[in-house]
Design a protein around this ligand. Sequence first.
Ligand code: BG6
Length: 301
Amino acid sequence: MYTVDLDGLNAQFAVAGHVSFRVGYGGLPVADIANIHATATISLHGAHVTAFQPHGQDPVLWLSDYCCWEAGKAIRGGIPVCWPWFAAHPADSGKPAHGFVRTAMWKVMATEALANGATQITFGFTESEATLALWPYAFRLEMVVTVGAVLQVELVAHNTGNKEFICGGALHSYFRVNDVTEIAVRGLEGCTYIDSLDLSHRKLQEEPVTISSETDRIYVDTTADCTIDDPGMGRRIRIVRKGSRSVVVWNPWKDKAARMEDFGDQEYLGMICVETANAADDVVMVPSMGEHRLQTVISVE
Ligand code: BG6
């Protein structure tokens, strides 16, 4: 359970017509954004965008009805921030999957109403005794979320220590779809992927990606835009990436969903993860005093 100074947050960072703070499920503090373009919700736990909805559109992100809203646990859905590693730790599977920042409390650093009517909110997270025990580097992260007609999310990793570090990560975006068996993910044709469900064999993606069973793939060495064509919802979601050379496509399908406590048994049909990532071969070296920016821009066409 977090102790939240809601009055302090609102006094310092609320912006009329743009941002306000409240206590959400499980006592986790959240920022609500409502402006002339869209609404969004971001949990301070994980600097985790849990909702984004441009006015006149359906919700863009998927969020489980069975989330564990708890300090120390990851929120299932929205955009978890995975850092400084993606999936299991490369050398120690006892460390938390997808790193340690998605399950920790971040600080609000700044809020701003932009001239075009969009809203920007910046969260910060730096190393502590707890993170140094898991990963022995000094760092400062900034998570800059800009909510307008499109959603822009940027994770800036500053290396504040005196030695270089290597990091992977993901803006692990869960999208809402009408029926995952009817969608097509385009933009990855011609790419190599690592099939996590087939002994990590490398395979070639020839056609647009379609889903008819459990899918867990890392597309490597690609900077292409991806789209999710969803005829059932009558929309195409576009994902534009910067500082990202991998795309992870994940759907747990029926059996895995049933094994996960925070995933409804049928919910796998209504979601797809298309993640802006740096995974497997695509990890990044950040020199001392250097930075790396991982950005995703999500729009609906
Ligand atoms: C995906 C991985 O990115 O995240 C999957 O490729 C994993 O292997 C999924 O199952 C969910 O991970 P978690 O840790 O949130 O349950």
